[in-house]
Write a protein that binds this ligand. Structure first.
Ligand SMILES: Nc1ncnc2c1ncn2[C@@H]1O[C@H](COP(=O)(O)OP(=O)(O)OP(=O)(O)O)[C@@H](O)[C@H]1O
Length: 721
């Protein structure tokens, strides 16, 4: 049929009408191609060779002559068009046609156009089964109708009087839709056009961002034009649309860039990392804008981060209660780090004990003063962990124990602090919900939100091995606490001390190490008389470097691990805490380590085992020498926890719970509680480069010293600005 020829309608082309492909029909009052009218143009397709050969006899045939005569005699209908079997485009713009009722479309008509007429209703196209392109621009159409089941690929109803989009759902082939310059207020009615790739709604009356939800699932939609609609006035319009319709490549005739898409996601659905990075950036910027304040106890250093323990998990999973119990029971080792919050106190909550309850304005001021390490907004309230809260605990010579939501953990991980993170996660949704309901503080929305976040935690744990240092199921508070307690006890080496009946490894609350001769030495003094903190770190690092030749300690360590492998092969499963800490040097605050100053040569500091940080960051520059919990203790004896496969968590929480039940675990003979379980995770990134973990600076001070320190702590602010 190609190439097309443009000719005027005349006698000459009448015989060619079979090959008409496009027809522009101008200044007519009715459907009648008047011969010799100079406003009528037709485009002729090239005659196929086969037909050309056969044409002469056909033209001369009496039937055709009859047909032509009949065609000429027609006045006022479109029957002439029906003799054009190849007609694809018909453009009848700028006429006075008011109706195309009775129009007998040619068999192959694909693209009729009726531009600038007085058509108010679409009718008569039911039989146009080949019609793919339809344009009825600038008419007076009030409603969309009469298009059912057509195979239209392009539809243009620009410049009509449409108020809503309707009756399009059967146009399943529609790819391009132009409804510009109408009075449409909603995008409802487009949701079923799954092949739609281009939508023009310019100059309409669409005003609400939520209208986009109607086209949100049209995955092929690439171009959308909403210029000159009231929606353009909505704040952040373009970014919001880009976010909701992230499949778009052109919006309002302007390409949507990758940067725009990233910016939209970062604003409306930021990843946890983005939230954390933004929060961290805020805190750092504000902090630098302030006169420098020295927090000596928690100062960042190369190898000895200040020891912190973070309990994390969904709201009301029990982490706060557990943190308090832990700090109470192990008050010589841990202090509770109270965050600030703008939420009002619940019944029974005390200011400064659970939180520092402050007004939003004060919270903002504190933020601007750079006082927070991290902040987070949860349920419309702000929460923030201040440097001072940590420092207050550190000045006591204690490790700081805090609880927070996942976003807080992400943020804290960007700071110089290197806490150990324990995830407390409920597996029994029903009892979790009923616990929240019993507390009576929460609305249904809050409960639903908390429940939905369980999966977020589980997913994070599943997809980021090593993100949490340990996982404890929190369904049963008592068991969860005993799992946590067990973990801490093993780590601190308290169990061994109990076993040894307070022999030379004894630790006194007064931060004094008792040697075998009964002489007491302040723990700090032992450290202090070597050199300053930086040098200690440096030496620790040097000592921790793998030696070219294995020391006897390293060989012993390798031997021990080989033994564990052998045990595992014959079916003995190691206890949970050994899983948790075995990758780390077993370290403890200096006040707990009778042989702290010999650390670098301790067995556990062998190049491989000490190649990572300690289980809970509560290390001194020393390594615990009372023996690794993995040593010599029978698997499972007295332990309340069981090692679980971390990959199970979150995939199927119920399954996980089952897994903890006696009889299902390979080591079901051991006394394992039904729900409490600890899941180990591999070392976190970078942990191998930090073999030695930090001391708790001085251990718990006497009440007097502590209060004195409090006072001097306030004075410890140094104005460098
Ligand atoms: N600084 C912080 N950063 C991030 N999350 C925090 C912070 N402080 C507290 N949170 C967490 O915010 C959530 C809401 O705290 P809130 O104290 O109001 O909850 P709750 O109902 O008492 O539950 P929970 O018993 O878990 O504390 C809790 O999960 C809490 O752990």
């Amino acid at each position: 049929m190609e190439p097309e020829k443009k000719v005027k309608w005349s006698e000459q082309c009448r015989g060619w009408c079979r090959y008409v492909t496009r027809m522009h029909y101008g200044k007519k009052a009715s459907w009648r191609p008047e011969p010799l009218d100079d406003t009528l143009e037709i485009l002729l397709g090239e005659e196929p060779e086969r037909e050309r050969e056969a044409r002469a006899p056909v033209q001369e045939s009496p039937e055709l002559k009859e047909q032509q005569e009949e065609q000429e005699s027609h006045d006022g209908d479109l029957s002439c068009v029906s003799h054009m079997p190849y007609l694809l485009t018909l453009d009848a713009s700028h006429n006075q046609i008011s109706d195309f009722f009775g129009f007998q479309p040619p068999k192959n008509l694909k693209v009729p156009q009726w531009l600038d007429n007085f058509i108010s209703e679409i009718r008569g196209l039911e039989n146009c089964s080949s019609l793919t392109h339809l344009s009825i621009e600038h008419n007076k159409i009030l409603r969309i109708s009469g298009l059912n089941n057509l195979k239209l690929r392009q539809l243009c109803l620009k410049g009509n009087l449409l108020r809503k989009i309707e009756n399009l759902q059967t146009l399943q082939s529609l790819q391009i839709l132009d409804l510009s310059s109408n009075r449409i207020q909603s995008m409802s009615g487009l949701q079923d056009l799954h092949l739609l790739g281009s939508l023009n709604l310019e100059s309409n009356m669409i005003g609400e961002i939520k209208e986009y939800t109607y086209v949100q699932h049209l995955l092929l939609l690439r171009e959308l034009n909403l210029k000159r609609n009231p929606i353009q006035e909505q704040p952040d319009y373009r970014r919001a649309v880009t976010f909701i319709l992230n499949q778009l490549s052109v919006l309002d005739e302007k390409p949507v860039t990758v940067e725009e898409k990233v910016s939209a996601v970062n604003k409306y659905d930021p990843s946890l990392e983005t939230v954390a990075a933004r929060d961290h950036m805020t805190q750092i910027v504000y902090q630098y804008m302030q006169p420098q304040r020295i927090f000596d106890s928690t100062l960042p250093s190369l190898d000895t981060p200040y020891p912190m323990l973070v309990l994390t998990g969904p709201q009301a999973c029990g982490k706060r209660e557990l943190a308090h119990r832990l700090c109470h029971e192990y008050s010589d080792y841990f202090g509770y780090g109270a965050c600030h919050t703008t939420r009002g106190p619940y019944f029974g909550e005390e200011d400064g004990c659970d939180y520092h309850f402050i007004q939003e304005e004060e919270f903002e001021n504190m933020t601007r003063m750079g006082q927070f390490v991290q902040t987070m907004q949860y349920d419309g309230n702000w929460y923030g962990l201040s440097r001072e809260a940590i420092e207050r605990v550190a000045r006591e010579g204690l490790a700081c124990c805090v609880h927070m939501e996942l976003e807080g953990v992400f943020s804290l991980k960007t700071s110089h602090f290197e806490p150990r993170y324990i995830l407390l996660i409920p597996t029994n949704t029903e009892s979790y919900v009923s616990h929240m309901k019993t507390r009576g503080f929460y609305t249904n929305d809050q409960i639903n939100k908390a429940v939905s976040r369980i999966d977020l935690y589980a997913k994070t744990n599943r997809e980021r091995p090593g993100f949490f240092d340990s996982v404890i199921l929190s369904d049963n508070r008592k068991e969860a606490y005993s799992a946590l307690r067990q973990l801490i006890k093993e780590y601190l080496g308290l169990e061994e001390q109990e076993k040894e009946g307070g022999r030379s490894t004894g630790v006194t609350p007064q931060n004094v190490i008792t040697d075998e001769g009964g002489n007491s030495t302040p723990a700090r003094k032992l450290e202090a008389n070597t050199t300053d903190a930086y040098s200690q770190n440096y030496h620790s690092k040097v000592h921790a470097r793998p030696l070219p030749q294995k020391s006897s300690a390293e060989l012993a360590s390798i031997h021990r691990r080989q033994q564990m492998v052998r045990d595992a092969l014959v079916g003995k499963s190691p206890r949970a805490y050994t899983q948790l800490f075995k990758r780390y040097a077993h370290t403890t605050p200096s006040l707990l380590t009778p042989h702290s100053h010999t650390a670098g040569h301790n067995e556990d500091s062998s190049s491989e085992e000490s190649g990572a940080s300690s289980g809970l960051s509560m290390n001194s520059s020393a390594v615990l020498s009372v023996g690794s919990p993995a040593d010599g203790l029978e698997a499972g004896s007295g332990s309340k926890v069981e090692h679980l496969d971390v990959s199970l968590l979150g995939q199927n929480l119920e399954k996980l719970k089952d897994h903890t039940e006696p009889g299902l675990s390979p080591d079901s003979s051991s006394s394992i509680p039904e729900q409490a379980a600890v899941v180990s995770s591999p070392g976190r990134p970078g942990s191998k480069t930090k073999p030695i973990l930090p001391p708790i600076p001085l251990g718990r001070k006497s009440a007097e010293a502590a209060s004195k320190q409090q006072l001097t702590g306030q004075a410890g602010q140094v104005d460098e600005g």
